[in-house]
Ligand binder design. Structure first.
Ligand SMILES: N[C@@H](CCC(=O)N[C@@H](CS)C(=O)NCC(=O)O)C(=O)O
Length: 286
């Protein structure tokens, strides 16, 4: 998406599992990747990241509210059902072998322990490998038929649905050495087209850069229409409702039908605003 927008951005690499010394102090407990930071505002989950890009680069096709109902539903299906199926398609042995190939033996063991704990607290019922393989095969077949009509899934230019679909295939390619799909030529050609967007104007950044930016800026103003509900000002916790459900505590300072904004007071950075989409997340009054 950053490439498609030709966005200027800075990348901070985080370890594959917590503790994540850069993200943790900023996001305040939300453990999932990716997040983006714009000064003292932290945006959790791809949905909100896409919204920020859509607004900053005038790409309504990337935002859930403006991409159209079919696109939003398809993208959401891929980000939930297809993503969960995709991670179940490897045999346990192959998954373990990949982890040991990527990490040192000690880190690999810690990583497997971490993911086992995430799985135990997950509310997503595992499909099982066979049904997962079938769901993925059906998904590729569906993409192939969509791509018979257009260069991208819903039109001749991409939308958020294409980026949702792309990351699953990217993940698959990573673990199978980039072998093209058999019998899905249009999906393979689309994958190459998508890859060409690249990553935009990316430069590397350090923990120091990220922390200074949070410290030296104040959160941006909250639009009036997010300030109208009776929950504003209450202490709450927000967490994902599916898996990796670590929560963030703060004061609710913004709310509408699609997002929540939490204020966190920190000694290190002053006030930070952490933004969450409502879809896939839950809130609890404290
Ligand atoms: N709906 C989230 C999903 C993010 C997600 O599941 N990220 C994985 C890595 S790809 C994760 O953070 N897993 C737990 C962890 O690594 O701590 C989004 O789109 O941002």
């Amino acid at each position: 998406m950053f490439g498609y927008c030709d966005a200027q951005w800075q990348s901070v690499i985080s370890p594959a599992m917590p503790p994540r010394s850069i993200v943790d102090p900023l996001a305040g407990g939300y453990r999932r990747i990716p997040v983006i930071q714009i000064g003292a505002d932290i945006f959790c989950d791809t949905k909100l990241i896409a919204n920020e890009l859509a607004t900053a680069y005038n790409k309504p096709e990337l935002a859930f509210e403006t991409c159209g109902k079919d696109v939003a539903e398809y993208s959401n299906y891929i980000d939930t059902a297809v993503f969960m199926a995709a991670v179940q398609t490897a045999t346990p042995l192959k998954a373990i072998a990949t982890v040991f190939k990527l990490f040192s033996p000690l880190y690999a063991i810690k990583f497997i322990k971490d993911r086992t704990a995430v799985r135990k607290t997950s509310s997503v019922k595992p499909l099982g490998r066979k049904p997962a393989l079938k769901l993925i095969a059906d998904h590729y077949a569906d993409m192939e038929s969509k791509l018979a009509e257009n260069d991208f899934l819903f039109a001749n230019s991409p939308s958020i649905a294409d980026f949702s679909a792309y990351h699953n295939l990217w993940f698959k390619n990573l673990s199978n050495g980039g072998k093209p799909l058999e019998g899905q030529q249009k999906v393979n050609a689309w994958f190459n087209r998508m890859s060409k967007f690249g990553h935009g104007q990316r430069t590397g950044a350090t923990k120091k850069n990220a922390f200074e930016s949070a410290k030296n800026q104040t959160p941006r103003d909250i639009p009036e229409n997010l300030l109208t509900t009776e929950n504003i000002g209450l202490k709450v916790e927000i967490k994902p409702s599916d898996y990796a459900k670590d929560s963030v505590v703060g004061v609710l300072v913004g709310e509408n039908q699609s997002c929540w904004i939490l204020a966190r007071e920190t000694t290190e950075f002053g006030t930070l605003h952490v933004h969450f989409p409502r879809q896939g997340f839950e809130i609890r009054l404290l």
